[in-house]
Design a binder for this molecule. Structure first.
Ligand code: FES
Length: 403
């Protein structure tokens, strides 16, 4: 990736790079303080799943799209949270979210794209396909066919139902339930500065895939929270590029940033001055709690949402983001090949296939708990975070923001 107009290197990211250097020089891995376990009912219990839905997926800001997916004067359907939502961006540039439900008799205003992942469609207004009620992109009802027949029913009371929505660092966040506004930047608790330095907002969308697999969503989250498995599971694909479980982590509230050391860091190490240099030494990986990962490969980014349509299903939405100077047709074969390798081979055949196999094994009852060593401490922390969110002792930062 080419050098971008980077924000100053955040001190917190600089600290992670120093720790990575120390770790490779000393040959010591950063470990958790203790081994632990996770109850396997967290992956199978319908009650636990309902609690997650109510306390986490209904209450927390969730990444719905990269900002580049929602151009000016456009609308993007989003239903991965289990309710129909439409994102819009008006000429004022602001991203908004509404229930994708007409206030007349409930028809979806913007239809999902069917089997393919949803894409934004250019529009100046939202026109209901049932009777033609028309809404501004800010949700106000603009026009009713035969309005005089509605006998004084005030159009001003029939705006679309708006959902909290905000944008930071190139990501559009939405909450599934109506409520007060929130600040996406505050929600990120400092990680927005890391994402700004990495240049997330300037990336472009190359490809998106949206599929459901037979595994609890947390099994796929777990896989991206530890490097312990890379040496074995990914032996023939990506392990040749990575050091064996040399990772430094930084916590930002419930979120996490990690530098997963690559072998190149052990061959020659210079303090990186930009994203390209950093991504040669390590793969920055962020978990935006609860269900979104950003993985910074050497020349592109995987934005992955792991949604939970049922206790034994994960809806996997992987968006491949590429640098803006590599978007031309000449680059298409390169990105097609790259997407195939990472999505179909590494993710689908290795990480997701493993999650599906584990889910199948859970039905046996062989394990009441999964055992986690000190190289897997972030998995433990994540599950404790989910438990705390369910208990109401962990709440998202940045709520009740004043615009
Ligand atoms: Fe939308 Fe009738 S349901 S116009």
């Amino acid at each position: 990736m080419t050098r971008h107009t980077a924000a100053p290197l955040p001190a917190t990211l600089a600290g992670m790079i120093q720790r990575l250097d120390h770790s490779r020089c000393s040959g010591t891995r950063e470990l958790g303080t203790e081994a632990g376990s996770v109850a396997t009912r967290h992956y199978t219990d319908p009650l636990h799943w309902q609690q997650e839905q109510q306390a986490v997926f209904s209450q927390w800001p969730i990444v719905a799209a990269h900002s580049a997916e929602l151009g000016p004067h456009s609308a993007l359907p989003f239903d991965a949270l289990g309710v129909p939502i439409v994102l819009t961006r008006d000429g004022d540039g602001r991203a908004r979210a509404f229930f994708n439900v007409c206030r007349h008799r409930g028809m979806a205003l913007v239809a999902p794209a069917g089997a393919d992942p949803a894409q934004a469609r250019p529009c100046k207004a939202l026109v209901c396909p049932y009777h033609g009620w028309t809404y501004e992109l800010d949700g106000r009802l603009r026009h009713r066919l035969h309005a005089e027949t509605f006998d004084g029913i005030d159009a001003a009371t029939l705006s679309l139902v708006e959902l909290p929505c905000d944008e930071a660092a190139g990501l559009v966040f939405v909450k599934r339930s109506p409520g007060p506004a929130f600040s996406a930047a505050a929600f990120l608790q400092g990680l927005d500065s890391h994402l700004d330095w990495l240049g997330l907002a300037g990336m472009r969308v190359f490809r998106k895939i949206d599929r459901v697999y037979a595994a609890n969503w947390k099994l796929t989250v777990d896989a991206f929270l530890e490097g312990y498995h890379i040496r074995v599971l990914h032996r023939d694909t990506i392990y040749p590029f990575f050091a064996d479980a040399f990772i430094v982590n930084l916590h930002a509230g419930p979120h996490q940033d990690s530098l997963v050391a690559r072998r190149a860091a052990f061959e020659s190490f210079e303090t990186p001055g930009d994203r390209t240099a950093l991504c040669k030494l390590a793969t920055p990986t962020q978990l935006l709690f609860p269900n979104t990962f950003l993985i910074w490969h050497p020349d592109y980014v995987s934005l992955i949402g792991m949604f939970s349509p049922a206790v034994d299903q994960v809806r996997w939405v992987h968006t491949m983001l590429i640098p803006p100077d590599r978007c031309g047709e000449d680059w298409t074969p390169h990105w097609e090949k790259t997407f195939g390798l990472i999505e179909q081979t590494v993710f689908q055949q290795e990480d997701i296939a493993t999650a599906v196999a584990i889910q199948r094994g859970l039905a046996s009852g062989a394990n009441a708990q999964f055992q986690l060593g000190r190289l897997e401490h972030e998995v433990l922390r994540f599950h404790r975070g989910i438990d705390a969110a369910i208990a109401g002792t962990l709440l998202p930062a940045g709520g009740d923001a004043v615009r």
